[in-house]
Ligand binder design. Structure first.
Ligand code: DOR
Ligand code: ZN
Length: 431
C-alpha cells in the first residue's frame, strides 16, 4: 500500500510525504513514490501520518473484571484513540503473578485483542525467582509499593530488594511509588480530598526508597505515573548520579488537577491522585525529564464509582482520549507532535524493548495513524468504547482527529468504525 501526500512525522523532525507498506511492514519512506502495479493508493492530503501510539500502561480487567472492560472492548477503545499497542497491567483477578496465571491470561485475551499487546508480570512477596524466570515473556515487572485496585502489594524491604536484585537488570521494572505506611496513616485522617488522603509525601517517600535500591542494585527502573514536582526533582538528581531511571506521566495528571476531583467526585478519584495546579504546571515545565506518557486507563463502572468515597475504586478511562488530548495541546502550541511521538512511541519501544515496533521505521510493523490536524469535535461519554462508558474529559473540545488506523498494514479503524475481528491483535515480541 502507498500512503501519499501526507505529512509523515518522524521523531527526528524530518518530514516526508509518502510511505509504503508491504505485507505487515513499512518498506519505504520518501517523496513522490510511484505506485507499482495493483498497489492500493491512499491519498493523505492534509493529514498527519503518525506511528501507532503505544500505551504502556492500561488495565483491561481481563480476567476477573470483565463487567467493566475486557480485552475486546479495551483494544477497540485503543484503536479509536490511535493506539496500536498496549501493555496491560497485572492487577487482574487472578493477578498475573505466576507462570500459570500468565499462560491463562494470554490464552484468554488472544481471541479478543484487536491491537497488539504485551503483558506485565506482577511482583509479590514470594515470586522473586518465578518473575526472573519469566522476564523474557513479558514487557516488564510491575511492583506496587502502595496498595491500589487489586491485591498486588510489596511493602517489606527484603522482597523489594530481592526483586530489584534478581529481575534481569536491563528489563524494565515499573514501580507504583506510593508508600503504604504513610497512605494508611493519612487515609485514616478522614479527608475525602484524595490528594490529602494520599498526599505527595507518600509518593516522595516511596520514590526515594525505590531510587536508593535501584542505585545500590544498579538496575533499570521506570516510575509509573509521576505527579509532582518533587518526584521530578528526585528523578533528575538520581540521573545525575548515574541511576538508570525513566519516568511516565499520565494525561490525567497533565490535564486535570485536584479541583477536577471536586467537580467529578469519585469519578476524579485516581491513584496517585490528581494534584495541585502547581504540581500539574511543573509536569509541563519539566516535560524534558518525562520519558513516556501512558494513560493508566483504569475503567470502573458508574455503579462502582457512585458508592461512598471510601468504597469507590480509583481510576478513569484514558486509552481513547490520550492522543486527542495531546494533539489538541499541540494545536495550542504546548508541545510538538514530535514530542508526542517521542513519549508515546520511541521511548516506550526502547524502555520495554519491543522488537517489532518502530516509529515509522523501515522493516518494522506498519502501525500507522492518519490524523486530521484541523478537524474539531467534542469528547462525549457516548463516544467512549470502553465498557464503562465514561470519561473525565466529556465536554472537552479537541482539535485534531484520528481518522484511520492501520495495525501491521491492515486498515483496522476508519472514521468511527472498527473494521477488524476479535483476535486480530498479536502479542508483541521483545528484544
Ligand atoms: O487509580 C488507579 N487505578 N491506580 C492504580 O494504581 C490502579 C488502577 C486500577 O487498576 O483501577
Ligand atoms: Zn495503573
Amino acid at each position: 500500500m502507498l500512503i501519499r501526500n501526507g505529512l509523515v512525522v518522524l521523531a527526528s523532525g524530518s518530514v516526508y510525504r509518502d510511505i509504503r507498506t508491504q505485507a505487515e511492514q513499512i518498506i519505504e519512506i520518501g517523496e513522490q513514490l510511484v505506485p507499482v502495479a495493483d498497489e492500493p493508493v491512499l491519498d493523505a492530503t492534509g493529514l498527519l501520518v503518525l506511528p501507532g501510539m503505544i500505551d504502556s500502561h492500561v488495565h483491561f480487567r481481563d480476567p476477573g473484571g470483565t463487567h467493566k472492560e475486557d480485552f475486546l472492548s479495551g483494544t477497540q477503545a485503543a484503536l479509536a484513540g490511535g493506539v496500536t499497542t498496549v501493555l496491560d497491567m497485572p492487577n487482574t483477578n487472578p493477578p498475573t503473578d505466576s507462570r500459570e496465571h500468565l499462560e491463562e491470561k494470554l490464552a484468554q485475551i488472544a481471541p479478543k485483542a484487536v491491537v497488539d499487546y504485551g503483558l506485565y508480570f506482577g511482583a509479590t512477596d514470594t515470586n522473586i525467582e518465578e518473575a526472573a524466570d519469566l522476564a523474557d515473556r513479558v514487557a516488564a515487572m510491575k511492583l506496587y509499593m502502595g496498595s491500589s485496585t487489586g491485591s498486588l502489594l510489596v511493602t517489606e524491604f527484603p522482597p523489594i530488594y530481592q526483586h530489584f536484585s534478581t529481575f534481569p537488570h536491563q528489563k524494565a521494572l515499573v514501580v507504583h511509588a506510593e508508600d503504604e505506611q504513610s497512605l494508611k496513616y493519612f487515609g485514616a485522617q478522614g479527608s475525602k480530598i484524595h490528594n490529602q488522603a494520599r498526599p505527595p509525601l507518600s509518593a516522595q517517600i516511596a520514590l526515594s526508597r525505590a531510587l536508593a535500591i535501584a542505585e545500590k542494585t544498579g538496575r533499570v527502573l521506570h516510575i509509573a505515573h509521576t505527579t509532582t514536582e518533587r518526584e521530578l526533582e528526585l528523578i533528575y538528581e538520581a540521573r545525575q548520579k548515574g541511576v538508570r531511571v525513566t519516568c511516565e506521566v499520565t494525561p490525567l495528571h497533565l490535564f486535570l488537577t485536584e479541583e477536577a476531583q471536586q467537580r467529578l467526585g469519585n469519578y476524579g478519584k485516581v491513584n496517585p491522585p490528581l494534584r495541585s495546579s502547581r504540581d500539574r504546571e511543573a509536569l509541563w515545565r519539566h516535560f524534558d525529564i518525562i520519558d513516556t506518557i501512558g494513560t493508566d486507563h483504569a475503567p470502573h463502572t458508574r455503579e462502582e464509582k457512585d458508592q461512598p468515597y471510601e468504597k469507590a475504586p480509583s481510576g478513569m478511562t484514558g486509552v481513547q482520549t490520550m492522543l486527542p488530548l495531546l494533539l489538541n495541546a499541540a494545536s495550542e502550541g504546548r508541545l510538538t507532535v514530535e514530542a508526542i511521538v517521542q513519549r508515546c512511541v520511541v521511548n516506550p519501544i526502547r524502555i520495554f524493548a519491543l522488537a517489532n515496533k518502530g516509529a515509522l521505521e523501515i522493516g518494522k510493523d506498519a502501525d500507522i495513524v492518519l490524523v486530521n490536524p484541523q478537524e474539531e469535535y467534542e469528547i462525549t461519554n457516548e463516544s467512549i468504547l470502553s465498557k464503562c462508558g465514561w470519561t473525565p474529559f466529556a465536554g472537552t473540545r479537541i482539535k485534531g482527529k484520528v481518522k484511520q488506523v492501520f495495525v501491521r498494514g491492515e486498515l483496522s479503524y476508519d472514521d468511527g468504525k472498527i473494521l477488524v475481528q476479535p483476535g486480530s491483535g498479536r502479542q508483541v515480541r521483545y528484544r
